[in-house]
Ligand binder design. Structure first.
Ligand SMILES: [Zn+2]
Ligand SMILES: [Zn+2]
Length: 417
């Protein structure tokens, strides 16, 4: 007898025959192996395997595992997008393969919510109703996916169809380009989401009315709305947005820390109104708001978050703008702002364009060093000791040393008056 996973695949439907994994061969070795599927002692080795080796206790375990094992084995046929779909269904994870996303509608189901509902429809079809991936592949190839999904669900009682099928009926445009989709584009949908938060629930305003009203708002209120817009759509500001600095994302050491901060904002938005968030931002008291809601109570810390947010949205050390200049990719930040030009030596780069590139690359390396600290860089800057710090942090090439000594000069420390 093998483990619990085996029970539901004991009877392998005959349509799977041509899809069967290579026959498992009984081994001559006496070494102990665990079944790849159920973990019980296994004596049969997958005969298709070349590099990796998979062992099974029984044919039914091998057939059950084939959905996943086909990706590690040496299958006799090409891997299809339906194999990726079957894997997604088995693991309950969105498919990542691009063609699979196109073939089965994930490419058009923009939001996480829509993608999980779509996956739910396929889970229902394959795991609950028992339609084989091979059949789904035929539907897809004949362009009859939508009508067959509807025909299949209509054969089971309405109360057993689950919650994903009604969603599917309303969203057939995801799989069928002849069905008109919602007129709302994804950017408008994001806007609507944050506008509902702003209004505190229901919303009857159109996108045009929203834009007209927002155009009269102060800059800080617009920035707060943009942050909510991103956070509520499970995104966060990139270095190409000024909100990356003003909401403290620049203080994060890497993408992982940016995700922590995004999670804190998600929690915050769940616990306060838009007005509270906006006023905290506008009065440099986001940290106090975070703490009043217990958002930062865990063990995670972002070292310089307080340093950045205490002056936001009006006062920042120029080092954060330097970091943005180094990290942003858009045209808008292709040149440093005046305070960065003066503080970090770009004003000395008049001999050639390469000098600017050299300096930019240098700072880029520094920001990627785990031991380098932007606030330490700022302190070296105001003491006029940029070169000292840089040469301690990086092993500079001989030929660059002389150039950098000149480029890293700035007017600091300022003389006492
Ligand atoms: Zn087994
Ligand atoms: Zn194999």
């Amino acid at each position: 007898m093998c483990g619990k996973m085996c029970g539901r695949t004991q009877a392998i439907p005959s349509f799977l025959n041509s899809e069967l994994p290579p026959q498992a061969a009984r081994s001559h070795y006496t070494m102990n192996h665990d079944c790849n599927n159920c973990g019980n002692p296994a004596s049969k080795r997958c005969s298709g395997c070349t590099l990796s080796t998979a062992w099974y206790c029984s044919g039914s375990c091998q057939r059950h595992d084939w959905v996943e094992h086909i990706f590690q084995c040496n299958p006799r046929r090409n891997i299809t997008t339906t194999d990726h779909l079957a894997l997604a269904v088995r693991t309950n994870l969105f498919p990542e393969d691009l063609q699979t996303c196109k073939d089965f509608g994930f490419a058009k189901a923009f939001s996480v919510e829509n993608r999980s509902k779509l996956l739910g429809v396929y889970i229902g079809l394959i795991e609950r109703i028992g339609v084989s991936p091979k059949t789904i592949r035929q539907w897809q190839q004949h362009g009859s996916l939508v009508e067959n999904i509807k025909a299949t669900f209509s054969t089971i009682p309405e109360r057993s169809r689950g919650g994903y099928y009604p969603w599917f009926l309303d969203n057939q445009w995801i799989l069928d380009s002849s069905v008109p989709g919602p007129t709302e584009d994804p950017v408008d949908a994001m806007m609507m989401r944050s506008w509902r938060y702003y209004r505190g629930g229901a919303n009857r305003d159109t996108i045009e009315e929203i834009k007209a009203e927002m155009s009269n708002w102060p800059e800080e209120k617009q920035a707060s709305h943009l942050l909510c817009n991103l956070i509520l759509s499970q995104l966060h500001p990139s270095p190409d947005l000024i909100t990356w600095i003003t909401f403290g994302f620049c203080a994060c050491r890497d993408e992982a820390e940016e995700k922590i901060l995004a999670r804190w904002y998600t929690t915050l938005i769940g616990q306060c109104t838009f007005e509270e968030l906006y006023h905290a931002y506008d009065s440099s008291s986001l940290i106090a708001l975070f703490d009043s809601k217990g958002v930062r109570a865990g063990t995670e810390t972002i070292v310089h978050l307080e340093e950045v947010l205490k002056g936001s949205p009006r006062e920042f050390k120029s080092v954060w703008y330097l970091k943005q200049f180094v990290m942003a990719q858009g045209e808008e930040y292709s040149k440093p702002i005046p305070s960065v030009i003066v503080d970090y030596g770009f004003m000395n780069c008049y001999k050639s364009e390469e000098e600017t590139t050299l300096l930019k690359d240098l700072y880029s390396q520094i920001f990627s060093l785990p031991r380098a600290d932007p606030v330490q860089l700022h302190e070296a800057c105001i003491q006029g000791k940029l070169y000292d710090l840089v040469s301690r942090l990086l092993k500079l090439k001989k030929k660059d040393q002389k150039v950098l000594k000149r480029l890293l000069k700035n007017p600091y420390p300022l003389p006492d008056l």
